[in-house]
Design a protein around this ligand. Sequence first.
Ligand code: CA
Length: 217
Amino acid sequence: MRLLLAEDDTLLGDGIRTGLSQEGYTVDWVQDGLAADIALKTETYELMVLDLGLPKMTGIDVLKKLRVRKDDLPVLILTARDTVDDRVEGLDAGADDYLIKPFDLDELTARLRALIRRHGGRASSEIIHQNIVLDPASHAVSLDGQPVELSPREFALLHMLLEKKGKVLSRARLEESMYSWENDIGSNAIEVHIHHLRKKLGQKLIRTIRGVGYIID
Ligand code: CA
């Protein structure tokens, strides 16, 4: 899951990025509203964590522009404790949830999981597909009830494919979801991970659409 973090407080931003990376998210971090706006127009994300008090362009304006473009990206806003008006304005502008600073990282990750789940139209956080169960909260995957060991990248790839079940995802899209700006991607990295996933979970799970990408039907 690739996530855009817009937060100008360096210490807080660094803490959130580190924490979310450890949770398996691919995090792109920007520190002003203009950079956030540009990133949203040029990259594909599954989630956004948006501080409202940003330099160059406010978080509210970033959010409004996103929604004007009919982009339904799930957005969680971060606000200061004493600004009820900001929170109301943020929700009115199209935010899906909010957290008041200071907050606990565990609460942030739980709320992000809930956002992804609601966005995917599911009531439970577990994703069940045939004999496979993926639990985003515990990073566990099982096959026929037996736990399966996956690397963080394999888990991220499977999570993405299951989250978008029935849709063909291009290699570029999968790469974007798994690697942030800072990471170098090997040219066949996705193929290698897909190969491992098939070995561990069955050859028929992920279908290759030649020249287009991959799909879980
Ligand atoms: Ca701020």
